[in-house]
Ligand binder design. Structure first.
Ligand SMILES: *Cc1c(COP(=O)(O)O)cnc(C)c1O
Length: 395
């Protein structure tokens, strides 16, 4: 019998049993009182998780890219100009959507895996003072790289009225303590199958006051993703505009409850601890991390000329039944990625590192003694936990 495949992918993630049971409940009617109270509770919980009192969270029937499209068609008008920061596959996607709707895109293209600096964005804003929005990515899952949104938002706001719109799909609800108000952004999007522990199919957005105001006049063509209508329905009527993805929304209620019970702060710590452990193991094997500033949702590993990332992923899956993932697009075979998204136990992360060591040994690419990478991961896991508990005792 072959083992079931274990998902160490940066989405979709393994869905905890508690959520699977909620997903399996009978179908609610989307206009029933029962469903309305679920949706209202989900929106309240989302409001708390986004940590932005007064903002409006939206629950959407689509994957993450649909939420991104919504954040273009509802915030931009015909022919308007936007800056897009592109340092990976998902940054590139903002540009594709903007151009598809006829917006003028000023691309800030960086080498994939790099993190943008405020200076780079400000230089472009100075050249293009008529820019109406800046589209950013919190963590680009294709490279494992994070962008410093917490300094980009305030820097942009200080010199421009452009809206700041952020793709937080990789890390919302798990890998990053996202603070839209402190970070002075205006809108953010996410979706179900990353840190929110659900199957794919739900998009999410949250809108601040400036985005809600912009939405009133934005005139790009739209119908299904009309957030003006969606907002009225969700806020005032406790319904969604179209037939709701009722089971996924019920599942979301359960996943938000799980995150609240653990506490976002502890969830963020868990991600940091586990990503640090994988990173330490990778370095112990003689390999290196790919991005300049790694997110703690996943670890992207640079392969070097002698190692083919495609073979690493294939062997991990076929021989050890662990699902890592390949690089996308131009990074295919050049990197591979190990996700710690989901509710992984620390010990399961050590297991994933063990599989990595075995695979590298099978391919003749292990540059340490067997067990050294596992030991490095365990030591780092322990070290980060110790450090954090010392800090929390001291404060
Ligand atoms: C997964 C992901 C997306 C795309 O979401 P889909 O659900 O595949 O449409 C966009 N941006 C980032 C950062 C992602 O991780």
């Amino acid at each position: 019998m072959s083992h079931p495949l274990r998902l160490f992918a940066p989405g979709p993630v393994e869905v905890p049993e508690r959520i699977r049971l909620a997903l399996g409940e009978p179908v609610y009617h989307h206009r029933s009182a029962d469903f309305r109270s679920i949706l209202a509770d989900v929106r309240e919980r989302l409001g708390r998780l986004w940590q932005a009192p007064g903002w409006e969270p939206l629950v959407l029937n689509c994957s993450g890219s649909g939420a991104m499209e919504g954040a273009v068609v509802n915030l931009m008008s015909r022919g308007e100009k936007a800056i897009n920061v592109c340092a990976g596959k998902f940054g590139e996607r903002w540009g594709h959507i903007l151009r598809a709707y006829g917006c003028e895109v000023v691309e800030l293209t960086l080498e994939w895996g790099r993190s943008v600096t405020p200076g780079e964005v400000l230089a472009l804003l100075a050249k293009h003072p008529d820019v109406k929005a800046v589209y950013l990515t919190s963590a680009d899952t294709s490279t494992g790289g994070e962008h410093p949104i917490e300094v980009l938002g305030p820097a942009i706001r200080a010199v421009s009225d452009a809206l700041v719109v952020v793709d937080c799909i990789c890390d919302f609800g798990g890998a990053r303590d996202i603070r839209p108000i402190d970070w002075q952004i205006d809108a953010a999007v996410s979706c179900s199958q990353k840190c929110l522990l659900l199957p794919p199919g739900l998009g999410l957005a949250t809108l601040g006051p400036r985005a809600i105001q912009r939405m009133q006049s934005a005139d790009l063509g739209r119908f299904y993703f009309d957030w003006k209508l969606e907002l009225v329905r969700q806020r005032d009527e406790r319904l969604t505009a179209w037939t709701s993805a009722v089971n996924l929304i019920r599942g979301l209620q359960e996943s938000l409850a799980m995150i609240e019970e653990e506490g976002l702060e502890r969830v963020v710590e868990r991600y940091a601890r586990q990503a640090a452990a994988v990173g330490a193991a990778v370095r112990a094997t003689g390999l290196d991390l790919f991005p300049e500033l790694p997110t703690s949702a996943l670890t992207a590993v640079r392969c070097g000329p002698e190692l083919d990332g495609t073979r690493v992923v294939e062997l991990a899956r076929s021989k050890y039944r662990y699902q890592f993932v390949n690089g996308q697009d131009r990074l295919k075979g050049k990197i591979f990625r190990i996700g710690n998204m989901g509710v992984q136990h620390d010990a399961d992360i050590i297991g994933a590192v063990h599989v990595l060591e075995r695979v590298l040994a099978d391919l003749g690419a292990l540059r340490c003694r067997p067990g050294e990478a596992v030991a490095a991961a365990a030591a780092r896991m322990h070290g980060v936990a110790e450090e954090r508990s010392r800090v929390s005792r001291a404060s």
